[in-house]
Design a protein around this ligand. Structure first.
Ligand SMILES: [Fe+2]
Length: 431
């Protein structure tokens, strides 16, 4: 940034001898240049360099250095007219207290200057050759001291005039605000970065926990399926189809997660059903049917004992055999009494059962199973759920890589083309 300071024009040391109007105009221009250089600098370091240059030019002072407190010492961040490598000045309790007390510029030509400032100036003058410090300007805000400016020698002899002091005080006050703001912004950026790293770490840990949690759930489902060899892999297949439907329905993510867990565990209650009923190759008696129809309620009771992050899981498992017309079980719920998640699991569960081998029959051809589902829409299954299910299966059969995983492991007996044609017709009718 180009800020031109002409010492001969800006000699405020003579300012009090100027006519009052010209003096004030000059003061205003100097302060305007000063605030502009702070605002327009490319970065913080440049803003400090320019600020020092404008102060020196405005007050006709030959040299200067800006010291900022960092880690227990005052470091010269920028200097002008001085050799590089100014050594840091150690902070002392006395100097810090003096800087905190005063925000006014100290002219070293005065007799009554605090011992701490005289000592600090003497140390600087000893360590920096040819730097007779005449002005010592504390930098700070209400929240504490930031550092100071050491300036000298003045190019004009004599004590500074009131307008020189006033101008220097205003400039150092503006500079203090600028430095303080920069520190606040830096702190916010630093804090933000720490938070970002922490959030990333938490997400990683949470992801790990979620995997362990899902593995535990799957292990539980596998233990149940071990009892009934005909349903091996059933829970995982139902879960994949259910999640695909739930996502197409754009359900909130926590609902999708609840549906995922509930569909893996929906048949956990079969642990209470006798093995002979589960594997019976012929029709069930009335008592046997009653026993097997108890499994959703048993699932609910078992899952209610577990503190899931998604509270709907037990209820979703209990209602996975409920139908919209009230002819389902265990509670004969109807329409609005059945949650969307339970409707989804009901359809996915029924479909996978139809296309899987059962003790009492072989798997149905895909088109037959789809015909069965379609004929039961509105009576048993939600038509919206059916539409999303058909769309998802249609994409899978057409080879859409996004859907292939949803129907992985599903038996698709019969002509694929016939199934696609059936789905197209059904989707047309369901519009
Ligand atoms: Fe079931």
């Amino acid at each position: 940034m180009d800020i031109s300071v002409n010492p001969s024009e800006s000699a405020l040391f003579d300012g009090d001898r100027l006519p009052a109007g010209r003096r004030e105009a000059f003061q205003l221009k100097a302060l305007r240049d000063f605030t502009l250089c702070l605002a327009r600098a490319r970065d913080f370091d440049e803003s400090l360099r320019l600020a020092l240059m404008v102060i020196l030019g405005t007050l006709s002072i030959a040299k200067g250095a800006l010291f900022l407190e960092e880690e227990g010492e005052y470091r010269a961040c920028v200097s002008r007219g001085l050799p590089p490598g100014i050594p840091p000045l150690e902070t002392s309790r006395e100097l810090v207290a003096t800087l905190r007390r005063s925000s006014r510029t100290v002219w070293l030509g005065r007799r009554e200057v605090s011992g701490a400032i005289r000592k600090a100036v003497a140390t600087i003058e000893r360590s920096v050759p040819a730097f007779p410090v005449e002005f010592f300007c504390p930098l700070g805000t209400r929240n504490g001291s930031l550092g100071f400016l050491a300036l000298g020698p003045a190019l004009v002899d004599g004590a500074p005039t009131p307008s020189q002091r006033e101008t220097l005080d205003v400039m150092t006050s503006i500079l203090s605000g600028h430095i303080s703001n920069h520190r606040v912004v830096s702190d916010i950026f630093r804090l933000n970065e720490v938070l970002r790293l922490q959030v990333g770490e938490n997400e990683r840990l949470l992801g790990g926990l979620r995997e362990i949690y899902l593995d535990t759930i799957r292990a539980l489902a596998t233990a149940i399926e071990a009892k009934d060899p005909y349903t091996r892999g059933h829970s995982e297949r139902v879960a994949r189809i259910s999640v695909s439907i739930a996502r197409r329905l754009e359900l909130p993510e926590n609902e999708v997660q609840a549906i995922h867990i509930a569909s893996i565990l929906h048949d956990v209650g079969k642990i209470g059903t006798s093995h002979s009923i589960l594997t019976k190759p012929s029709s069930l008696t009335v008592d046997e049917t009653l026993e097997i129809r108890r499994h959703p309620q048993t699932s609910f009771e078992i899952l209610s004992e577990i503190r899931f992050p998604y509270p709907d899981v037990p209820q979703l498992a209990r209602d996975h055999h409920e139908w919209l017309d009230g002819t389902g079980y265990p509670n004969g719920k109807r329409e609005h009494e059945i949650s969307m998640g339970a409707r989804i699991i009901a359809l996915a569960d029924a479909f996978d059962a139809m296309v899987s081998d059962r003790p009492y029959r072989n798997s149905l051809p895909l088109v037959t199973a789809l015909g069965e589902i379609r004929s039961c829409l509105r009576r048993h299954y939600d038509p919206n759920v059916g539409r999303m299910f058909f769309q998802s299966l249609r994409s899978d059969l057409a080879g859409d890589p996004q859907e292939v995983s949803a129907f992985a492991g599903i038996r698709k007996n019969g002509s694929r083309a016939d199934a696609i044609a059936f789905l197209d017709r059904s989707l047309q009718d369901l519009r």
